[in-house]
Design a protein around this ligand. Sequence first.
Ligand SMILES: Cc1cc2nc3c(=O)[nH]c(=O)nc-3n(C[C@H](O)[C@H](O)[C@H](O)COP(=O)(O)OP(=O)(O)OC[C@H]3O[C@@H](n4cnc5c(N)ncnc54)[C@H](O)[C@@H]3O)c2cc1C
Length: 456
Amino acid sequence: MATSQKLSDKPRTLIVGGGYVGLTVAQQLQKKVKEAGGVVTLVDPLPYMTYQPFLPEVVGGHIEARHAIVSLRKHLKDTEVVVGTVTAVDHEGRGAVVELDDGSVVELPYQDIVMAAGATTRTFPIEGLGDQGVGLKTIEEAVYVRNQILDNLEAASTMTDEAAKARALTFTVVGGGFAGIECIAEMEDLIRSAVDANPRLSQSDVRIVLVEAMGRIMPEVSEEQAEGVVEHLRSRGIEVLLNTSLGSATEGELQLINMADKSELDRFECDVLVWTAGVAANEVGNSSGFPVDERGRVKASATLQIVDDEGAPIEHAWTAGDVAAVPDLTGAGPGGFCVPNAQHALRQAKMLAKNLLAARAGEAPTEYKHESLGAVAGLGLYQGVGNPMGMKLKGFPAWLAHRGYHGLAIPTVERTARVASNWINELIFGRDITPLRDLESPRRQFEKAAARAKKK
Ligand SMILES: Cc1cc2nc3c(=O)[nH]c(=O)nc-3n(C[C@H](O)[C@H](O)[C@H](O)COP(=O)(O)OP(=O)(O)OC[C@H]3O[C@@H](n4cnc5c(N)ncnc54)[C@H](O)[C@@H]3O)c2cc1C
């Protein structure tokens, strides 16, 4: 393993992960670190940050996929951006092992490290799930779900085999948290528009199912609001199945289980299966050698320093966001820790950057404490629900609050402008229901042409 000659040899502040936390920390630190003769290096396997709260809107087609992501290179001019994956950390030796995009491996020495690798989709060993399902954590997954829905609708409209048609027109989401509810609501909205536009299909051909293992959905809002959302989704024809789990998904045949007595509740065939039933801290927390809690989250103090098993800060090691177990000093977080959301990620990132600079200046770090501003979800065009700033909202005002908040919260003014232009275009021209074909085999047409030329 070698240190690449092309990478900076200045004292390095290494950020592991260029998501919400990583991008924000780099923005806050890059100029100051550069002026002090150092370099901020951000490592991520992706060259962009994904604004995950917009993934359901990408499924729904309100936002163009590229506009829900933020280019790291374009927006971090004074940061050394490295597209690669951190696979191990030797904090005593102050070095991290990075697998680069070209497959080579380098060790990056560092002065300070910021662990910001976020979370990944958490699944369970359910037969067939790995073959049939798809998550909703990445922009590629959102694009895939959207295309799969639109492709299925188009294919079903010419099918004569009733069983095959029913399978193509059945859409299932497992997980009734914020992401799952926003996703199924956007899916329903998209499906209804696409069916309306296709004279060979009727709304009654379509089956849309939400599966949730608990007795309620959306723990972030009040029980009363959650019940209101269930009613609302059911009024839109979505089957909301509470206290129900996915038993298996072998070859697209879904088995649903009643959680109360573990009996089989239903069995049906379905192509589109979206899994949003939970996230887990990124495993790099574990492989880094830093102490992690029982859920794999890097142990942290309220000052956003990584701590040892006795709770003492480890020098020059920092963490925030979904990968970290940050104490919630307001006492509101489950188990005493901040919940994994963008609201905390952004604020923790800003405080982490301040504290890192304070530590370098020999000053005491500040503790992170943030009272939740509430949550607000979009449920498709003009529909929403939430409790921003303690106000109970539903319908159009909630939808407006959702768009207003996230439209401004997506990093960079440039992205806000692009997203706003998507929304304005949709208001003028209506919803875009065009699927993109052949994304997994884009050379198909060319290969055909080449094969024809060979035959001649
Ligand atoms: C569908 C969906 C909807 C959501 N909606 C909301 C919402 O409405 N409101 C809200 O507050 N929150 C919402 N969230 C949660 C919010 O997006 C996250 O809490 C937030 O993105 C966490 O930021 P982060 O920087 O910790 O992690 P992330 O933004 O996930 O970034 C982690 C980064 O680390 C990178 N990485 C992973 N492993 C490595 C490695 N080994 N080496 C280097 N880099 C690595 C990843 O590629 C990624 O870019 C939503 C999430 C989802 C999935």
